[in-house]
Write a protein that binds this ligand. Sequence first.
Ligand code: SF4
Ligand code: SF4
Length: 156
Amino acid sequence: MADTHLPIHPEAPASDLWYSDGLRFKCTQCGNCCGGGPGYVWLTLEDMTRIAGFLKMPFDDFTRKFVRKVKGAYSLVERANFDCIFLQRADGKATCGIYPVRPMQCRTWPFWEMNLQTPAAWTHAASRCPGMCDLDAPKYPLAHIEKCRTHPESPD
Ligand code: SF4
Ligand code: SF4
C-alpha cells in the first residue's frame, strides 16, 4: 500500500495519486450504507426526476411521499429504524428498490472525496463497508474513480 499520509493534490499528476492503480470494490449487500443509523441520501433535481419516472409517479406526489428538506437541500426520507425508505431487507441481503435510478450519492460510493483523501481514510470507510476490503473484488480504474469523486455527494 502507498504512503498512508499521502494526500490528494488537485494539481498532482494522476500517476501520483495513491489509488492510481485502481481500487477494488464489490458490494456485499450488507446494507450498512443504506440504513442502520441516521443519515442523508442527498438528491439532485435530476435524481428526483429519474426516480419519480422510474416509480411512474407524478413528480409532486413523489416528493411529498419520499423527499424531505434538510438544510435547504433535499434528502430521501428514512424509515423509523433509519433505513432508507427504498432499502429492502430479505434473507440477510439488502437491496435497493430503485437500483437502476439510485441517486448520484449512492452510484458514486465508495469513490467519494472523503474516502480518497488517504489510504487511511479508505481503510476507515472500509471498516463499515466490507465491499471495500474484498481482495477478490473487481478493480475499478482510475478514470472511473475520478469520475465518481468529482460528483458532489452532498450539498455542502
Ligand atoms: S456498506 Fe458497502 S458492501 Fe455494504 S451495502 Fe453498502 S456498499 Fe455494499
Ligand atoms: S437509494 Fe438505494 S442505494 Fe441509495 S441509500 Fe437508498 S436503498 Fe441504498
